[in-house]
Design a protein around this ligand. Sequence first.
Ligand code: 13P
Length: 287
Amino acid sequence: MLVSAKEMLTKAKAGHYAVGQFNINNLEWTKAVLLTAEELKSPVILGVSEGAGKYMTGFKTVADMVKAMIECLGITIPVALHLDHGTYEGCYKCIEAGFSSIMFDGSHYPINENVEKTKELVKICNEKGLSLEAEVGSIGGEEDGVVGMGECADPDECKMIADLGVTMLAAGIGNIHGKYPANWPGLSFETLAAVSEKVGDMPLVLHGGTGIPEDMIKKAISLGVSKINVNTECQLSFAAATRKYIEEGKDLIGKGFDPRKLLTPGFEAIKATVKEKMELFGSVGKA
Ligand code: 13P
């Protein structure tokens, strides 16, 4: 069932677990995430970056594929289709294409402009029943062309944005997209605790879910994180499994070159990664 992320995240915040956002790139990715969520009876958020939307030929293709797949696979768990790190223009395109949730990443604007644009999007999302994620501070590293310096969020600015009525808030707490460098100092729980205290019941979002140690994930959830984004880890699992298949020469045996065979190990690897994350985040059985 395609729904906004509001109810699943409100429940997650109250129940002290987190819902995973898994970024999708193509049909295999989407099918792997949806089937795993259904098997585990977990709510799920499908994340689509602007780059991935473009790759899949446009947001309308993505929205129509996801809706059709939910129907054809008989998916009963709540699924949100969410724009990841959206530009102002991208947000409008996804609203029109039929997404159920959007993220407006206004973190690179001066705070007043971030507030003005977010306010406008809150109004339209409320009218249309979509959930809206906003960002304060920034996530380090690069997410599909969106580059951040990784500055920690100012808790007062977080409150300012939360008070506009967004559904969930991504606050920079030292998290980074992609692999973490060996000298990464870890998440700033001090910032997270201060933000959490300011924004009360607002579900918080942890970007850069790949490679964060389990104890840090659990602590972040205990401090109010209710949505965790994972992208790179599924890409790495997919690539490793596909490499293994080809290196073992399996594409050369019989019809092993058939894409439905060639892509199966990668598909299974994505499923295994998603399962592992859902178990860690505590969302299993919460649909
Ligand atoms: P990773 O690629 O580090 O898992 O981050 C994903 C993310 O935060 C998407 O917004």
